[in-house]
Ligand binder design. Structure first.
Ligand SMILES: Cc1ncc(COP(=O)(O)O)c(C=O)c1O
Length: 374
């Protein structure tokens, strides 16, 4: 089975991990700082590394002090971690519909969903394509609320010439194996505000305060550390930072390969009228994490099953989050998100990963042919 996504690991990655394993450090050591500095150069804002994209979101919400009574506005087309980590702080999750072409949150729908309790707008760069960040930024600024970007899909993507990570108040990344860059499990938080990044960092490191100038208890010895707000252990170990550093060094090559896969699909689907290929807005230069096509809703399941039968491990991203049973007690069922539901009813994610270029070039035509004949 050719999966919809797969990691790209080369000999340099392996050598970097082996070298880390032979060093004095397994968990927090010098490679954590090195990885975080290298990340900053790519995403354009200071970063902390964490143990997953879910952890990164949890830290982002901790940093803004999200809690009961607060609302966040999110898109239904995402992985549920975008919402779960906020709901677990007791915040109310509000949905705003997506744009029909990109499946990214629609700024007009966001503007209509703002209330006095809204604390943050949370955009997701679906499939790697940046959301409409300037429009969302303008709404956030008008209401004095935060813009958080779940960029789990989009490390290395560019929005109007600016790297993803340098625009929202807080940006979160995932380094799961199917993503554009991997550390096995892993993630990062970037912020253009040092105090928010510091709060995220403290939350990710058990809430520990180590700087004596901040101590509330001052009669203890040099071993003393204290906790002012609860935190968790979301540290990314040195061994995985070694892999991340090596992967970052070849992110440009990974982008080139994913661009090539994208171009091969565009060629293969030439003249195929009933298939809608992913949109690329003029201002976006995405690294494609997914290759989401849209087919007629009444043929989606048939095509999906045929592709799987032929060995193509396609996926559907995503079942709209507001329809998940866990939300049944929170959501007003009269609320509908027609663009999200329509996008979901048509979507199939075709295989998208650099190693596809090692297969016979006919693989893309073969996929198109299965769809044509389904
Ligand atoms: C949009 C989105 N947000 C959050 C996550 C969570 O990331 P992780 O799997 O690294 O915890 C994912 C990963 O699947 C995702 O796709």
């Amino acid at each position: 089975m050719i999966p919809y996504g797969r990691h790209s690991i080369n000999d340099d990655d392996i050598a970097a991990v082996v070298a880390a394993l032979k060093s004095d450090w397994l968990t927090t050591g010098p490679l954590v700082d090195e990885f975080e500095s290298a990340l900053e150069k790519v995403v354009g804002a200071p970063c902390i590394s964490v143990s997953s994209g879910t952890a990164a979101l949890h830290c982002a919400y901790a940093a803004i002090g999200l809690g009961p009574g607060d609302e966040i506005i999110t898109p239904p087309i995402t992985f549920i971690a975008t919402q779960a980590t906020a709901a677990l702080f007791g915040a109310t999750v509000v949905f705003a519909d997506v744009q029909p072409d990109t499946a990214n949150i629609d700024p007009q729908a966001v503007a209509a969903a703002i209330t006095p309790r809204t604390k943050a707008i949370v955009a997701v760069d679906y499939a790697g394509h940046p959301a409409d960040l300037d429009e969302l930024r303008a709404i956030a600024d008008r209401h004095g609320i935060y813009l958080i970007e779940d960029a789990s899909h989009s490390i290395g993507s560019i929005y109007k010439g600016r790297p993803i990570g340098s625009i929202a108040d807080i940006t979160t990344f995932s380094f799961f194996p199917t993503k554009n860059l991997t550390t096995g499990e892993g993630g990062a938080v970037a912020s253009i505000h040092p105090e928010l990044l510091e709060r995220a960092k403290r939350f990710s490191r058990q809430g520990l305060v180590r700087n004596p100038s901040e101590f509330k208890i001052t009669d203890q010895g040099p071993w003393h550390q204290e906790v002012h707000e609860f935190g968790l252990n979301y540290r990314l170990p040195d061994v995985l930072c070694a892999l991340g550093l090596s992967q970052l060094g070849r992110l440009k090559d990974i982008k080139r390969d994913r661009d090539l896969v994208f171009a091969r699909y565009v060629d293969a689907f030439q003249g195929f009228e009933t298939i809608i290929l992913p949109t690329v807005r003029t201002y976006a230069d995405p690294i494609w994490h997914l290759f989401p096509i849209r087919v007629q809703p009444n043929s989606r399941e048939r095509i999906f099953i045929k592709l799987r039968e032929k060995g193509f491990g396609v996926q559907v991203n995503y079942f709209p989050v507001h329809l998940q049973p866990v939300f049944s007690k929170y959501i007003n069922r009269n609320q509908v998100f027609p663009n999200a539901e329509s996008f979901y009813s048509q979507e199939i994610s075709l295989p998208m990963w650099p190693g596809l270029l090692d297969f016979d070039a006919g693989i893309f035509d073969a996929i198109a042919k299965v769809i044509r004949n389904a």
